[in-house]
Write a protein that binds this ligand. Structure first.
Ligand SMILES: Cc1cc2nc3c(=O)[nH]c(=O)nc-3n(C[C@H](O)[C@H](O)[C@H](O)COP(=O)(O)OP(=O)(O)OC[C@H]3O[C@@H](n4cnc5c(N)ncnc54)[C@H](O)[C@@H]3O)c2cc1C
Length: 492
């Protein structure tokens, strides 16, 4: 049976748009089905973290994104400052930027690379066989159509129809109700960093977007209202005065909403030819600002793998690594965000206050603070590896300088969307050694001293590493690593 597309993505949120851009770039096309008719103006995620910016750097769009937002180097975690400025990255900060701006940038990229984004197309069901997936889609006029793809990514958010159609549960618990969110102007704003506090009344935090508006998120422990209950500026002003001592002269909000958060994680991210990514796979409160970032990192992990398998350059087993790598990352995110939320919700002099004391230590004791900064920035994520693997395997590749003709640093070189084999500066690898993989692997030399050979995946994680030597055994090991990660060599 013929396919309408190699990959169909359900949902044009940040997760779906990043995946679609990667797949269109690698395969020449990708279809996105989006239920909404109109552009998203949702103001939800207010922060893009360090690791997401590194992933966007590997796609050449991080600098544009930084230009559109406000870098925040110090995060106020319920009264305790967490310094992000010493993170070992080009992006040692959290970028404050409204979610719709992030989505606009990703959409422009996806379309430019050839992705087709179909609005008003709601996925209502699916079935799969050995060769593909049939999606039942309702169009804007209410008519039903079937679209067939080799693979489907369910990036259709927390209420995912794809997840339901797969028959997967979404176990977890309710975490917070009646949290108010307000993007507003202020006549007397706090200084340019995240301000946060928690007390007997609840919690509140303020984040500047850098465009004259501020994000205020607040929770009143005495009010437990459904999301549908209207919210007005006076309610959030009053709560902010009680928690932070001032309402900062809030006026003319452009966004006001009330929301609830659950903490849930799907038991598996892959069922046959269908993958779940983003909020469809994991959800938690906004504490820590990790939700959208984790979703985009899911997409970055999955896109190149699907493209490699579709092009016949990797075995199907590579797709299983998506669940093996990203589900534990999702689990960690739900855990960290939950701890932060409960520390924020804790009343003084209760067992919960102990959590806040732990949090205080996590921002003040240098090794703990480093760990916390790495967790919130996303750069602490690494992937499981076999016990005999080199210690660098599975880790995030740092943005090292290169002595390459085209690129001066690693994340610039990753824009070729191939694996990078990074050699010591003076290593003499004959071109014939990697020639059979030339369409999949680019050989680049490190710009500084190193005695290691490192194979870096398109998503910036280390696939394989070894101590360099110019022996024949080295050539055999390189061949074995390339065959594992990139499939058999092409005929030369
Ligand atoms: C108040 C609030 C503040 C937040 N702050 C942060 C933060 O600071 N940092 C952070 O990282 N995250 C934050 N988040 C979380 C973040 O907004 C989500 O994690 C993120 O939007 C998830 O992206 P996604 O693409 O996976 O899903 P979504 O953004 O939900 O996108 C899913 C898309 O799928 C479409 N869709 C749904 N069903 C169908 C269907 N059946 N067929 C076709 N299309 C469909 C939807 O219309 C939507 O466009 C916050 C969330 C909230 C609510």
């Amino acid at each position: 049976m013929t396919h309408d597309a190699d990959v169909i993505v359900a949902g044009a949120g940040p997760t779906g748009l990043l995946a679609a851009g990667d797949l269109a770039g690698d395969l020449g096309s990708c279809t996105v089905l989006e239920r909404r008719h109109e552009e998203s103006n949702l103001s939800r995620a207010a922060g893009v973290n360090t690791r997401t910016l590194e992933e966007l750097d590997a796609r050449g769009i991080a600098d544009d994104m930084v230009q559109s937002g406000l870098p925040v180097g110090t995060i106020d975690v319920f009264g305790d400052l967490l310094d992000m400025s010493r993170l070992p990255s080009r992006f040692p900060f959290e970028l404050a930027i409204p979610q719709y701006k992030t989505e606009q940038l990703l959409e422009v990229r996806a379309r430019a690379l050839g992705a087709e984004i179909v609005s008003g197309a709601e996925v209502v069901g699916l079935s799969q066989d050995a060769d593909g997936v049939d999606l039942q889609v309702r169009d804007q006029s209410g008519e039903m159509h079937t679209r067939r793809a080799r693979y489907v990514i369910g990036a259709d958010g927390v209420g995912s129809t794809v997840r339901t159609a797969l028959g997967l549960p979404f176990p977890g618990r309710a975490a917070a109700r009646s949290v108010i969110l307000c993007d507003t102007q202020m006549t007397d704003p706090p200084p340019d960093l995240l301000a946060a506090h928690t007390n007997e009344d609840g919690f509140a935090f303020v984040l500047p977007f850098g465009d004259g508006y501020y994000r205020v998120t607040a929770w009143d422990r005495r009010r437990d209202l459904p999301d549908t209950d209207p919210v007005d500026l006076d309610e959030i002003r009053d709560l902010t005065r009680r928690v932070l001592g001032t309402d900062f002269g809030m006026h003319d909000p452009r966004w006001l909403s009330r929301f609830h958060s659950d903490e849930r994680l799907v038991p598996q991210y892959r069922v046959g030819r269908v993958f779940l990514a983003g909020d469809a796979a994991h959800t938690h409160s906004p504490a820590g600002g990790l939700g959208m970032n984790t979703g985009m990192q899911d997409a970055a992990n999955l896109g190149w793998k699907l493209a490699a398998v579709i092009k016949g350059q990797a075995p199907d087993a590579l797709l299983d690594t998506y669940n093996a790598e990203r589900r534990p990352a999702g689990q960690t995110t739900v855990r960290i965000s939950g701890r932060l939320l409960r520390a924020g919700q804790a009343r003084p002099r209760t067992p919960g206050a102990v959590r806040r004391a732990v949090l205080r230590a996590a921002t003040h004791v240098p090794p703990l603070a480093r760990r916390m900064a790495r967790a919130i920035s996303g750069i602490g994520v690494s992937y499981p590896t076999p016990p005999d693997a080199h210690p660098l395997t599975g880790r995030r590749a740092p943005d090292i300088p290169l002595s390459d003709h085209g690129s001066t640093r690693l994340y610039q070189a990753l824009r070729c969307r191939r694996m990078l084999l990074v050699t010591p500066p003076n290593a003499l690898l004959p071109a014939s050694l990697t020639g059979g993989w030339a369409d999949r692997v680019k050989v680049v030399a490190a710009g500084g001293p190193t005695d290691k050979l490192v194979l870096v995946r398109p998503d910036g994680y280390i696939a394989w590493a070894a101590q360099y030597s110019d022996s024949g055994a080295m050539a055999d090991r390189i061949h074995a690593a390339l065959a594992t990660w990139c499939g058999p060599p092409a005929d030369q």
